[in-house]
Design a protein around this ligand. Structure first.
Ligand SMILES: [Fe+2]
Length: 276
């Protein structure tokens, strides 16, 4: 059963056990639902790493994630998200704070990210999503005209980012691109819908635009897109496997819970196309 979770973003999938084989008809239905709802929440899944990998492959090919220090040793396609990681100076690292889209510094960023809850705090730690297609549709025509054709420079870590990322190892640095250009307006390759394509963690500037004008435009677009009417806020339950579409959403984590409690999730990404 597929039940919408908000008027525009997210659907809950129940009655499917991803540890069991999924036939072609159901696979197609789930892939269509993913494009339609942008976030799929599979309830009551209890998947070991290899089972999770098989389940996620129903939706595409696995994308190699950038910072291999978080790779699960027995299954390196899976990375871990944990509140028990610390920077070298001892500060706690909360991955995913602040709205962003994943790995947009790749020439072909991952189309989807999947998280599977292994251990959750009693409360808090929600993941918030905003729908960048809706946000694009509501822009004034003059703004849509202004941003059509603009391209942003994405890097591993923007010097304008308020959030610090964990440093890459030398080997990872060799693999991760220096800077890529992506359009500010992205057309979804499956639905054909346009979305604003932003990433405050990774965007360094806009091609051919003075820095202060570019930052003002990016701030305005972000403020518009992160209004509550575009949001679906996911409250995690044990057993949740949540998959979202990076091509038309921003997301962020919340470090608003008791840090003595462990929050630990598996993360997998799926390969996507170059945004256009
Ligand atoms: Fe993320």
């Amino acid at each position: 059963m597929i039940t919408p979770l908000s008027p525009h973003t997210g659907a809950e999938v129940t009655g499917v056990d991803l540890a069991q084989p999924v036939d072609a008809a159901l696979r197609e239905r789930l892939n269509r639902a993913f494009v339609e709802h942008s976030v799929l929440v599979f309830r009551d899944q209890h998947l070991a790493p290899r089972q999770l990998l098989d389940a996620v492959r129903l939706f595409g090919e696995v994308f190699p994630q950038h910072n291999t220090r978080f790779a699960l040793p027995e299954c390196p396609e899976i990375h871990t998200i944990s509140n028990q990681d610390f920077f070298e100076d001892g500060r706690r690292y909360i991955p995913g704070e602040g709205y962003h889209t994943d790995h947009s510094n790749a020439a072909q960023p991952p189309k989807a990210t999947v998280l599977h809850a292994v251990q959750l705090p009693d409360r808090g730690g929600d993941t918030q999503f905003v729908n960048m297609q809706r946000a694009y549709d509501d822009l004034p025509a003059a703004t849509r005209d202004r941003i059509a054709g603009l391209r942003a420079v994405h890097v591993y870590q923007s010097r304008h980012s308020e959030r610090k990322l964990m440093a890459l190892s030398e080997a990872a640095r060799q693999r991760v691109p220096d800077a890529v250009l992506h359009p500010l307006v992205h057309t979804h390759p499956e639905s054909g819908r346009k979305a604003i394509y932003l990433n405050p963690i990774r965007i360094e500037g806009i091609e051919g635009m003075a820095e202060d004008a570019a930052l003002r435009l990016l701030d305005d677009l972000l403020a518009h897109a992160t209004q509550p009417q575009y949001e679906y806020r996911h409250r995690w339950r044990p057993g949740d496997m949540v998959m979202w579409d990076n091509r038309c959403l921003l997301h962020k984590a919340n470090g608003d819970y008791d840090m003595r409690q462990v929050r630990y999730l598996y993360r997998i990404m799926l390969k996507g196309d170059a945004p256009s």
